[in-house]
Design a protein around this ligand. Structure first.
Ligand code: GYE
Length: 340
């Protein structure tokens, strides 16, 4: 990787760290809507949390929901109202508005897309209801509209994954001047998509010998992987590499490749994101070459953050989860301990 590129990314990471520390130091005034004097739900003493997941079309999101349900429990002082928006942004907004009408103590959600949240967040703020954003980010003109965010550094995931790819392709010594890449994106406008797309494109672009010959959304779903792979074959693009922004899409694409006599992981190098068990199995079978992990087990962090926010204690604005990269030759060592 080029030296300037490394320096640039290092400073981007440092800035993120500094930003997080600064916000921690700002304490509870960071939002202006901490529920310090709010009564928790009448009678029960529990904090009522309205949570809406954007969709459950991937194994990752199912694991994420399960983690939230297992941790946001009455034993942990939380009465969880769980909803899912079936990947429809307007539905998700409506559900958040219904939480405001129900006067829940705290609202949390995984935004379907990053933009378009300002109005409803202002309504929550006016109603004095704190907000914790999960997983994907919101882009608002005013960060005080939510208390904190918990999730992954998607841009860094993109960088790490593409860095691995470049090293791996170099190690294969195929003697090609140019590698043709298909990029299957997640839901367009979700920060999990925009971050990964940007990270991958920046690194491959800087290398000069990678050409993205196909780029389209598969909406983070298995079927999206199937449809896109069929298109790639129909267009006879003769790709060397598939980058799928989640495992489900990679697995869908693998099905199509195999039906067409193409050996996934060999004829086409495959890199994907998330790290679900099925992807580890595919790596062991030699069908996926590498997985960049994205950790969905954030339910405990949410449960803790709910208590922190409700107590009016300081909390970092952005809370990143730890994630690793798993090349196929490490999969057998880790598969037993995969929790999702
Ligand atoms: O990678 C994908 C899911 O937002 C991180 O959404 C999440 C992504 C995840 O549907 O599988």
């Amino acid at each position: 990787m080029k030296c300037m590129e490394k320096l640039r990314r290092l400073s981007a990471c440092l800035l993120l760290v500094l930003f997080t520390i600064t916000i921690t130091a700002c304490g509870k005034d960071g939002t202006g809507q901490v529920g310090e004097n709010r009564e928790t739900s009448e009678n029960s003493g529990l904090v009522t949390v309205g949570y809406v997941q954007s969709g459950t079309g991937s194994a990752w999101s199912l694991a994420n929901v399960e983690s939230i349900q297992q941790n946001c429990t009455e034993e942990n002082g939380i009465k969880l109202i769980y909803e899912v928006a079936n990947d429809d942004f307007d539905t998700q907004l409506e559900i958040v508005r219904s939480f405001i009408e129900q006067k829940v103590d705290l609202i949390s959600f995984t935004p379907m897309v990053s933009e378009g949240w300002d109005d409803v967040l202002k309504e929550a703020k006016e109603a004095g209801i704190p907000v914790i954003v999960m997983d994907r980010m919101v882009e608002t003109g005013d960060d005080s509209l939510y208390n904190c965010w918990i999730g992954s550094n998607f841009l860094l995931e993109g960088y790490k994954a593409a860095d691995w790819l470049v090293d791996y392709m170099d190690s294969l010594n195929l003697g090609k001047d140019m590698y043709k890449v298909a990029l299957f994106q997640g839901n367009l406008g979700a920060s999990a998509e925009t971050g990964r797309t940007q990270g991958v494109e920046e690194i491959l672009g800087a290398e000069g010998n990678y050409k993205i010959v196909y780029k389209d959304t598969g909406n983070f779903s298995y079927d999206g992987g199937v449809e896109n792979m069929k298109k790639v074959l129909k267009k006879k693009l003769d790709i060397d590499i598939l980058i799928a922004e989640n495992d489900d899409m990679a697995l869908g694409a693998i099905e199509v490749m195999e039906k067409n006599g193409i050996k996934p992981g060999k004829d086409i190098i495959i890199l994907s994101f998330d790290g679900i068990k099925a992807a580890f199995e595919a790596m062991i079978e030699g069908k996926i070459n590498c997985v960049m992990e994205c950790n969905p087990l954030t339910g405990k962090l949410l449960a803790n953050a709910v208590q922190t926010v409700m107590n009016g204690d300081p909390i970092s604005k952005r809370n990143y989860v730890q994630e690793e990269i798993f090349p196929a030759d490490t999969a057998a060592d880790y598969i037993e301990n995969r929790k999702y």
